[in-house]
Ligand binder design. Sequence first.
Ligand code: DQA
Length: 151
Amino acid sequence: MDRRPVVLVLNGPNLNMLGVRQPEIYGRETLGDIEVACKERAIELDLAVDFRQSNYEGELIEWIHEARDNADGIVINPAGLTHTSVALRDALILSELPVVEVHLSNIHAREKFRHHSYVSPVARAVICGLGGFGYICALEAMSRLIAAQEA
Ligand code: DQA
C-alpha cells in the first residue's frame, strides 16, 4: 500500500499554454516540464504528487472538494482566478488542508490588479517570482507542513 502523503498540485486557467504564453514574463518552461520536475522532487521528499490543470473554475473547485478526502495538502497556482474568485477561496477553506499558493511571476511587481489575491489570506504560504522553481519550493514547504501535522 502507498502511504506517501498526497499533494494535489493545481493549475488554473491558461497555464496549459506555458512555454508559448508571454515567455518574457513566464519563461520558456512548459507545464509538462514543471510537472516532471515536481514529480522528481516528490520522489526525494517521499510525497505523491497529483498534478492537474484546468481552464474551468468549477472543475478546479470540484477537485478541491475531492481533495478533502484524497489529499494531504494543496499547492495551487490559481492563475487569473487568484484576483477574482471568492468561490475558489471558499473551496480551499472547506478543504481544511494546508495550502501553498504559487505564482511563476512576481505578481507584486506587475499591474495593480494582480497585487490582490483572494487566496493568500487562506494559504499557509505564498511563493511568487521564482518561475517553475517556486513549485519545488512549495513542495518542500508542504512536506514540512504535513510532517508537522503528523508529529
Ligand atoms: C500567475 C499570475 C497571474 O496574475 C496570472 O493571471 C497568471 C499566472 C503566475 O503564475 O505568475 O495566469 O498566476
